[in-house]
Design a protein around this ligand. Structure first.
Ligand SMILES: Cc1cc2nc3c(=O)[nH]c(=O)nc-3n(C[C@H](O)[C@H](O)[C@H](O)COP(=O)(O)O)c2cc1C
Length: 399
């Protein structure tokens, strides 16, 4: 059946000039198997590797290549496809197309669709490992991520040119899995204001050293991206972290717990949902040195004082009816300690982050959450990507 009219599971699959282009055929089928309607747009370079006929036969839909093609007469295809897509997925994405997308170039059909498109975007790069490591490519990807695109990182392994390293297109299952997660996001937070604290804090010891923790900020970044996908107006108060935060969110950068408290308190009154995903240092050095402490000092003693309890302060300052949710890093999935904290701090719920299991929690790309709610309910996310965890959590909290 030909798709007509916008639908969330309409996928425009952009295919670029990479050896991995042949794998886009399986990807199109896998997306269709998951219930998506798929239309393919090839770049002219992609057509050197795969054909229009292949994708038209596989999808039962027209396939676009040239910038001036118009399969449905009287409609401008680039606008038409951009309006109808629930997801623009570019796989494989070449270095060339990624750079053009980041720069806003629209000189072929795929980049013209992308420039007219305002929805959810997923990019799965594939290229030689040196190309993938190049500063220009990294910057272009960071730009796209900061605009809200999800990047499905390539895998490590042998690539077609015989080199070893990161550059191989991620597996069809992985790309289709992330596409399903992105497509599954509802608009339950539409019109809602969401305030997120994210990342670690840094507590100065002297002018060059600090006490911090292993939080990467990836969970806060995933929450911000997920909340934007679900239609929220998002503010992130973030400690120092290299995890890309979407530019669709208002970002407030802070260093210390006290700055984070000030930054978040100034914005909490507006928020309908407050999520404390930051790993705030519990203690800070009582009197940081003004200069640099020298080794000649021999032995030093650091007196530490307790930092403010940010989430408890936000819970008491939030407007009536706002949901305030904490994160608790616990060495195990047990919800008991969380239940005590929840009551003490007056929270709506706590998401327990099991930091004892390998591969999840701090600095990892996956997580496993137990949501302990004040009404006594308890839910488990199961192990999934941080983005999938974030969407799962927000669907529970926003509903
Ligand atoms: C055999 C061959 C394989 C290529 N594979 C890749 C690739 O995997 N990734 C990539 O970024 N570029 C690759 N290139 C280079 C791109 O095809 C080239 O940069 C082209 O301009 C990309 O155009 P497009 O981005 O419009 O598809 C390859 C080129 C050749 C000749």
């Amino acid at each position: 059946m030909l798709w007509w009219g916008p639908a969330v599971d309409n996928v425009v699959l952009g295919v670029c000039g990479s050896v991995a282009a042949y794998r886009a055929a399986d990807l199109a089928r896998e997306l269709m198997r998951r219930g998506c309607t798929v239309r393919v747009c090839l770049t002219e370079s992609a057509e050197k590797f795969v054909t229009r006929a292949l994708f038209e036969a596989l999808t039962g839909q027209p396939c676009l290549i040239g910038a001036f093609e118009e399969p449905e007469s009287g409609r401008m295809a680039h606008i038409d496809w951009a309006r109808q897509a629930g997801l623009l997925l570019i796989a494989p994405a070449t270095a060339n197309t990624i750079a053009r997308l980041a720069a806003g170039v629209a000189d072929d059909m795929l980049t013209t669709i992308a420039s007219a498109y305002t929805g959810r975007m997923l990019i799965a790069p594939a290229m030689n490992p040196s190309m993938y490591a190049s500063p220009a490519l990294r910057e272009a990807l960071a730009t796209l991520a900061s605009r809200g695109a999800e990047i499905v990182e390539p895998a490590e392994g042998d690539v077609a040119c015989g080199e070893q390293g990161q550059g191989k297109l991620a597996s069809v299952e992985r790309i289709a899995g992330v596409a399903s997660v992105v497509l599954s996001a509802s608009h339950a937070l539409s019109g809602k204001k969401v305030l997120i604290t994210s990342g670690p804090t840094r507590e100065p010891i002297d002018s060059v050293r600090f006490v911090s923790n292993r939080s990467s900020g990836k969970m806060g970044s995933a929450l911000a991206r997920a909340a934007l996908m679900m239609g929220a107006d998002v503010t992130v108060v973030s400690g120092p972290s290299s995890a890309p935060l979407p530019i669709g969110a208002t970002i407030v950068r802070v260093e210390t717990a006290e700055e984070m408290l000030k930054g978040a308190l100034a914005r909490v009154k507006d928020a309908d949902l407050v999520i404390g995903a930051a790993a705030v240092a519990d203690y800070r050095p009582a009197s940081p040195e003004k200069g640099k402490i020298r080794r000649e000092a021999g032995r030093i003693e650091l007196e530490m004082v307790a930092n403010p309890d940010i989430i408890a302060a936000l819970a008491s300052a939030a407007k009536k009816g706002a949901r305030v949710v904490g994160f608790a890093a616990e060495p195990g999935p047990d919800g008991e300690a969380a239940r005590v904290k929840l009551a003490r701090k007056g929270l709506f719920a706590i998401a327990v982050n099991d930091v004892s299991a390998p591969g999840i929690g701090f600095d990892a790309d996956e997580n496993e959450l137990t949501l302990v709610r004040a009404d006594g309910g308890e839910e488990r996310s199961g192990r999934r990507s941080k983005l999938a965890c974030a969407l799962w959590l927000l669907e529970w909290l926003g509903g």
